[in-house]
Write a protein that binds this ligand. Structure first.
Ligand code: OAD
Length: 260
């Protein structure tokens, strides 16, 4: 846990945390930004500012150029394998020790929440670490360790399925695909049940995940946003904490639980 820095956390929020029975932490790419993982829409650094999602994040893009797509996701997986959870991931895991129930619902395809110690984590957009066959959908296991950087650029042919010989695809949800049904159901149920929801590091614009904060609000939960920038969620939130999650979340947990 990092040391406390001067961030103003409203006392009403601390009280709401003390009284909460079920906290939902809804995260996006911004929670991993301080681990060195790129977000999607931040100007200059966002992945979709530099790469075309039509080519890299659709089934059609994969059909058209499998080596381009597989190589790009392997490059991203390699970055995640080398990255470490940051103080925000760790503070969220710590927070779970102090409230009766905490569910993490993440749009992220990395495993940094789990590596920080969070246990109840729902991945709405799949995982870089769970590829499957494009033809028969059987899961594929990566060999252990961090893969070598492909020679001569990022293109890399996907491995073949040992069952049907089909090409292996990344285990993430692409544009135009459905989210994993059970996971989405559990996330919506958690949104309806929670009494306090943190939206951390998400632009909050990609559906259907973006419905989660408003579902929670409709069911009576209070919303907290943690983000250095404004988002459409500003209008729904009870508290908007402006700044990096790696600073705000540890301060919040310290103030609410470790110092009282
Ligand atoms: P975005 O890139 O849309 O938004 C990232 C948010 O994080 C922005 O609002 C930033 O201001 C904020 N941010 C940046 N640094 C931060 C920090 N240190 N602490 C807190 N917040 C920070 O990413 P997502 O909202 O996750 O979908 O995007 C949603 C989905 O769009 C992704 O899951 C992905 C993408 O297409 C799939 O891959 C299916």
């Amino acid at each position: 846990m990092t040391s406390l820095i001067s961030i103003t956390i409203p006392q009403e929020l601390i009280t709401a945390l003390h009284e909460a029975k079920h906290v939902l932490v809804f995260t996006g790419a911004g929670v991993s930004a301080e681990s060195g993982i790129s977000t999607f829409r931040d100007p200059l650094t966002g992945l979709w500012e530099r790469f075309d999602p039509e080519d890299l994040a659709t089934a059609n893009g994969f059909r058209q150029d499998k080596a381009l797509v597989w190589g790009w996701y392997e490059w991203r997986r390699m970055k995640v394998l080398k990255a470490r959870p940051n103080p925000a991931h760790r503070a969220i895991a710590e927070l779970a020790q102090h409230v009766p129930r905490l569910t993490v619902v993440t749009q992220n395809v990395d495993d940094l929440h789990e590596r920080a110690g969070s246990t109840d984590v729902l991945h709405l957009h799949g995982s870089l670490h769970s590829p499957r066959c494009f033809a028969c959908a059987r899961p594929f296991s990566f060999p252990p360790g961090i893969p070598d950087e492909p020679e001569g650029g990022r293109r890399l042919c996907p491995p073949q399925c040992s069952h049907c010989g089909g090409d292996i695809r990344p285990g993430v949800v692409w544009f135009g695909e459905n989210l994993p049904e059970d996971t989405l159901k559990q996330a919506f149920a958690a949104a309806r049940e929670c009494d306090l929801l943190f939206a951390i590091g998400t632009s909050g614009i990609v559906q259907p995940a973006a419905r989660i904060p408003s579902l929670a609000k409709k069911a009576g939960a209070k919303l907290v946003q943690v983000n250095p920038q404004g988002t459409p969620l500003d209008y729904e939130c009870t508290w908007s904490l402006r700044g990096g999650a790696g600073k705000i979340m540890p301060s919040l947990v310290q103030m609410a639980f470790l110092w009282s």
